[in-house]
Ligand binder design. Structure first.
Ligand SMILES: CC(C)(COP(=O)(O)OP(=O)(O)OC[C@H]1O[C@@H](n2cnc3c(N)ncnc32)[C@H](O)[C@@H]1OP(=O)(O)O)[C@@H](O)C(=O)NCCC(=O)NCCS
Length: 200
């Protein structure tokens, strides 16, 4: 049995018609490097401040429905984490929430609002996370991605992460059933990826 993912907010935006897309409506397209949209958004990455709390709660709500994230057999609270924000003219465009776990940096949540996607916001947030780890002498960055989340699997592997482990069925077990995720693909497994901080 596959339950519907019932978050009411769009997760992606169609680059052709601009329609906002809930996860199950999103589809993948393969394209050449020349036909990608040019970066047009001006933004800066900075560390979150106390005044960002409401905006952080909102992006968590839209991406997950809550601020607590279960990954790597632990529950991480985004509000208690090290949070990096992509700030586009005073608006939160994207959030990267980090925690230190077993001597390495863990990406707890990476989420970019649909209207800012595909313009380098995610890549800039990740570069700042690598810098964050390097400054603290942490040797690696780990992330857990659900099996259906093809855009995130693409994104992390493009940025030097490699798969090192697979927690088969853990998401379905936790939810009590498989939930329809990206493009309606059942969300079942947690894929663990890692990259060394010294990779670039
Ligand atoms: C995966 C994710 C983090 C990437 O963030 P991003 O800011 O779009 O990342 P970037 O622009 O740095 O890179 C995205 C890659 O996909 C490509 N891309 C092209 N069009 C795109 C589009 N419309 N949307 C996303 N990515 C696109 C980019 O060109 C880039 O590929 P490349 O590195 O091979 O050039 C982002 O899509 C995301 O947050 N996904 C989860 C959805 C979510 O949480 N939604 C809730 C928001 S409230």
């Amino acid at each position: 049995m596959v339950d519907d993912f019932d978050l009411p907010y769009p997760q992606y935006r169609c680059p052709t018609c601009g329609k906002d897309l809930p996860l199950n409506e999103a589809r993948m397209t393969v394209t050449c490097a020349e036909h990608q949209a040019p970066d047009s958004v001006a933004f800066a990455v900075r560390t979150a401040r106390a005044g960002d709390r409401h905006d952080i709660e909102e992006i968590c709500d839209r991406a997950l429905g809550e601020t607590e994230v279960d990954v790597f057999d632990r529950t991480f609270d985004v509000l208690a984490g090290e949070n990096l924000i992509a700030d586009a003219d005073g608006k939160l465009a994207g959030l990267l929430s980090l925690a230190i776990d077993r001597g390495e940096l863990v990406v707890v949540l990476l989420s970019v609002y649909p209207e800012y996607q595909g313009q380098g916001v995610g890549a800039a947030l990740l570069r700042s996370a690598v810098e964050f780890a390097r400054e603290r002498g942490l040797p690696g960055i780990r992330v857990a991605v659900s099996n259906d989340d093809i855009p995130l699997l693409y994104f992390y592997q493009r940025h030097g992460f490699v798969i090192y482990d697979l927690a088969v069925g853990v998401l379905a077990d936790r939810a009590g059933a498989s939930v329809a995720g990206f493009s309606g693909i059942p969300s079942r497994d947690e894929i663990h990826l890692r990259r060394p901080v010294a990779a670039d």
